[in-house]
Design a protein around this ligand. Structure first.
Ligand code: HEC
Length: 143
C-alpha cells in the first residue's frame, strides 16, 4: 500500500487543475478580445445602423427572432437575412408587406407601420449584422 493515493496528492491535483484551467480561461479570453476588432464589421457602422438598432430594440424584434443565435426561437434567424434577401430594399419590402391583421390561421409577423426612415435603418442594421465574421455561423443561409 506504499503507492496509496494520499490527501496531499488529491489536493495538488485539485489546485494544479484549477490553476491550469484558470490560466487557459484567461488566455482564451485575451485571444477573443484580440480577435474582435477584425471580426466586427465596424467600418460599416454609421448613424443609420445605430438608428436601426434602436428600431430593432424599440419594437422588440428579438422577442420573436434570433440575431446570431441570441433571442427567441419563434421566427427566423435574422443575422443572415441580408444574405437571403440580397438587398436592403427586399428586406424593407418584406417588413412593409406584413398584413395589418396577420396571416389568417397562423402566427405571423405583425405590421409595425414603420416610417421609411425606420425601415431603411432597420434593414441597414441587418445588413451590418450580416457582415460580422461569425466563423460561418449559422452553418447554412437559412439560419
Ligand atoms: C410577433 C413575432 C415577431 C416580431 C415581434 C417580429 N417578427 Fe419578423 N417575423 C416573424 C415571423 C413569424 C416571420 C416569418 C414570416 C411570417 O410568418 O410572417 C418573420 C419574418 C421576418 C423577416 C423575413 C425573414 C426571412 O428569412 O424570410 C424579416 C426581415 C423580419 N421578420 C424582420 C423583423 C423586424 C425588423 C422586426 C422588428 C421591427 C420583426 N421582424 C419583429 C415574427 C415576428
Amino acid at each position: 500500500m506504499a503507492q496509496a493515493f494520499t490527501k496531499a496528492m488529491a489536493r495538488n491535483i485539485f489546485y494544479g487543475g484549477t490553476l491550469f484551467f484558470f490560466l487557459a480561461f484567461l488566455a482564451l479570453t485575451y485571444q477573443t478580445h484580440q480577435a474582435w476588432p477584425e471580426r466586427d464589421n465596424h467600418e460599416a457602422l454609421n448613424d443609420t445602423v445605430a438608428l436601426g438598432k434602436k428600431v430593432w430594440e424599440d419594437h422588440d424584434c428579438i422577442g420573436c427572432h434570433t440575431l446570431l443565435g441570441e433571442g427567441a426561437y419563434f421566427a427566423p434567424e435574422l443575422g443572415n437575412v441580408y444574405k437571403r434577401y440580397g438587398s436592403v430594399d427586399a428586406i424593407k419590402g418584406f417588413i412593409m408587406s406584413r398584413p395589418k391583421d396577420g396571416v389568417p390561421g397562423r402566427r405571423s409577423m405583425p405590421q409595425f407601420n414603420l416610417s421609411d426612415e425606420e425601415l431603411t435603418a432597420v434593414a441597414e442594421f441587418l445588413k451590418y449584422v450580416s457582415g460580422i465574421n461569425t466563423a460561418n455561423w449559422p452553418p447554412n443561409v437559412k439560419g
